[in-house]
Design a binder for this molecule. Structure first.
Ligand code: S3P
Ligand code: PEP
Length: 430
């Protein structure tokens, strides 16, 4: 599918973005492993989260309301999953794969995980390695680094203490979830803080969790109990609309109900450093997660440096921040972000190529990019999505200020995380 975007002037209106992808995945995972019913409100019906839902259905979990944002998961308990009769297809979702490998390692059955071409090229050794030291058994290409990966579960794992070389919530979560099947306490330490939804939700469902700075401990064999989970709006989706409003003239929008977990709000800090014109309204707590409404206006953005410990807190927002940087006065440097090279596509390479196609001068770095603004975006071209939702949406937002229309080829991938992106954008630019 091709998406066509052209400059229409300022954005106006009040909207809600769909539910948080990370929290949605975890609500189905823990809901399935808990005893009793888990009611989920505000579930993201994007393709990635539906891959998680399908996996648990394939392992015998009854889930009502699939395809809507209100679901009920009938938990089967930590040891109640059934052996899947076919391959578990995780589609395009890295989060599903890495977290599920942790869960599957602890089962008493055989399973084979696979996914689409992008997922089959993403590194899985970052989880199969630590999980193997816990006693997990994995087989796959490149020493169990590449999908398809076979998991020979034995039903029990050893508890470990693991120093993760990378600040990745997927790695941390895979080890913690496998730790549920360990006989003692499993500990993970990371080099910088990554999103903490797994540890928050495990605690909420009844696990014994201890967090001490960059270290998290979980006790094995907890009794998890079904809960009500209210999923806040996804800040990673809201970021596209925040930048859209900031770079278009005469804009004023309110995005309601956005999750502002401190391990996810790096984009707020970055846009603040860039002198973005926005306010957090009605700040409150739901289910132990801070949320707010965000009022955003057209902004005179300034260049900044985005690096270090801030990177894991805004990792998925870097493509759209690069678009913002092209409209900021002065130099923006994005560095320490080499993780972008192993996402759905190499996001550094993709953003450099596509911004260049739009007439923006960008300097590529091994670990990021440098952009000196403000630059005119020339439209009249077709951008590639690389089947990566965040690249597709970044290009669409750039189209809002281009001199000619911007088309995005392969825009159906937007359904992975933000199914009503186009409708919301249209509703704001009437
Ligand atoms: O745990 C999660 O829900 C996620 C963690 C991040 O990946 P890494 O753990 O690879 O950094 C992020 O990019 C992804 O979109 C979601
Ligand atoms: C990197 C992402 O997701 P995942 O790793 O789950 O595929 C993303 O949503 O930007």
């Amino acid at each position: 599918m091709r998406l066509r975007v052209e400059a229409k002037g300022g954005l106006q209106g009040r909207i809600k973005v769909p539910g948080d992808k990370s929290i949605s995945h975890r609500s189905v995972m823990l809901g399935s492993l808990a005893e009793g019913k888990t009611e989920i409100e505000g579930f993201l019906t994007g393709e990635d989260c539906l891959s998680t839902v399908k996996a648990f259905q394939d392992m015998g979990v009854k889930i009502e309301g699939v395809g809507t944002d209100q679901m009920v998961v009938h938990g089967v308990g930590l040891r109640g999953l059934k052996e899947p009769k076919d391959l578990l297809d995780f589609g395009n979702s890295g989060t599903t794969t890495r977290l599920m490998l942790g869960i599957l390692a602890g089962q008493k059955f055989y399973s084979v995980a696979t996914g689409d071409d992008s997922l089959k090229s993403r590194p899985m050794a970052r989880v199969t390695k630590p999980l193997s030291t816990m006693g997990g058994e994995f087989y796959g290409r490149d020493n169990a680094n590449l999908l398809p990966i076979t998991v020979v579960g034995k039903g029990e794992l050893n508890s470990i203490s693991y120093d993760s070389p990378v600040a990745s919530a997927q790695v941390k979560s895979a080890v913690l979830l496998a730790g549920l099947y360990g006989e003692g306490v499993t500990e993970v330490r990371e080099p910088a803080k990554s999103r903490d939804h797994t540890e928050r939700m495990l605690e909420y469902f009844g696990a014994n969790i201890e967090v001490d700075g960059l270290a998290v401990k979980v006790e094995g064999n907890p009794k998890l109990t079904g809960k009500k989970v209210v999923v806040p709006g996804d800040i990673s989706s809201a970021a596209f609309l925040m930048v859209a409003a900031m770079i278009t003239e005469g804009s004023e929008i309110i995005i309601e109900n956005v999750g502002l977990n401190p391990t996810r709000d790096g984009v707020i800090e970055a846009l603040r450093k860039m002198k973005g014109n926005f306010e957090l309204l009605n700040q409150r707590d739901v289910n132990g997660e801070p949320i707010a409404d965000i009022k955003v206006k057209s902004s005179q953005l300034k260049g900044t440096v985005i690096d270090g410990d801030l990177i894991p807190l805004l990792i998925d927002e870097i493509p759209i921040l690069a678009v913002a940087a092209s409209q900021a006065e002065g130099k923006t440097i994005i560095k320490d972000a080499e993780e972008l090279r192993v996402k759905e596509t190499d996001r550094i390479d993709a953003m450099v190529k596509e911004l260049t196609r739009l007439g923006v001068e960008v300097k590529e770095r091994e670990d990021g990019m440098e952009i000196v603004g403000k630059q005119q975006i020339t439209g009249g071209v077709t951008c590639q999505s690389y089947h990566d939702h965040r690249i597709a949406m970044s290009m669409a937002v750039a189209g809002l200020i281009a001199e000619g229309a911007v088309e995005v080829e392969g825009a159906e991938c937007i359904n992975i995380s933000f199914p009503n992106f186009k409708e919301l954008l249209d509703s704001l630019s009437k």
